[in-house]
Design a protein around this ligand. Structure first.
Ligand code: PGA
Length: 255
């Protein structure tokens, strides 16, 4: 399966950034699926600029309801209409800034799926939780309660203390948490859990991407700061291992 490299622009970017960034995304064939997640007002412009490109578009949040009196919020179906095919949900900045609970995230995931969007559901521990030896427990609990029945999408493991800090967990720690996440997914979703991509996020840069992306159970990256620079974002994407070639049938080899 191709790795997914998703860029989370957070509250950054301008209309004038769209053309050059979209051209960069479309220029070189990549061994990965590229997704750019800009602020809401830039979605439709990006969708137009990415027409004919293999790169995909994502949003950074959606409301749990399909419509209604929710000032300032945006429905999943409107995001889809604007051209998004992915949506980041339960990012730690939304959990912290907007008090989003696991139950809120699960409701948003259901809304996203109903609108045909692919959710990227975030989880991750604080530094205090890691220091207390609680990282795996926290992440397991977040996922168990943030993923509704019928979940289909991606999970992103983003240790909060690694976001925007330039610090990352050791490769062994990333591999251990990703293995724990895989176990949760397989237990909770026996039919699909083995194939759910698990992204790593938190200070992914061109210099550390190859090592992180080569780890077992790492299916791509969710990139914040480094995604704002198209050259850095493409360098990260280029360092992902290529998807394995399709198996050659024994009969083809024999002939
Ligand atoms: P960062 O952010 O790459 O700037 O650490 C990652 C994220 O929050 O998705």
């Amino acid at each position: 399966m191709r790795q997914v490299i998703a860029g989370n622009w957070k509250m950054n970017g301008k209309f004038s950034d769209i053309a050059a960034y979209a051209a960069g995304l479309s220029a070189a064939p990549m061994p990965v699926t590229l997704v750019v997640c800009p602020p809401f007002p830039l979605l439709a412009g990006f969708a137009a600029a990415l027409k004919g490109s293999e790169a995909a578009l994502g949003a950074q949040d959606c409301h749990a309801n399909a419509s209604g009196a929710h000032t300032g919020d945006v429905s999943a179906s409107l995001l889809a209409e604007a051209g998004a095919s992915y949506v980041i949900l339960g990012h730690s900045e939304r959990r912290a800034d907007h008090g989003e609970t696991n139950a809120d995230v699960a409701a948003k995931v259901e809304a996203a799926l109903a609108a045909g969007l692919i959710p990227i559901v975030c989880c991750g521990e604080t530094e205090a939780e890691r220091d207390a030896g609680e990282a795996e427990h926290v992440v397991r609990s977040q996922l168990t309660h943030s993923l509704p029945p019928g979940f289909a999408g991606l999970v992103a493991y983003e240790p909060i203390w690694a976001i925007g800090t330039g610090r990352t967990p050791s490769e062994a720690d990333v591999a251990a948490i990703h293995a724990a996440i895989r176990a949760v997914l397989v237990a909770q979703f026996p039919a699909s859990g083995a194939a759910t991509p698990i992204l790593y996020g938190g200070s992914v840069k061109p210099g550390n991407a190859a090592g992180l992306l080569a780890l077992p159970e790492v299916g791509g990256a969710l990139v914040g700061g480094a995604s704002l620079n198209i050259a850095d974002f493409l360098a990260i994407a280029a360092s992902a291992p290529a998807a394995p070639a399709p198996a050659i049938a024994a009969s083809a080899l024999a002939s």
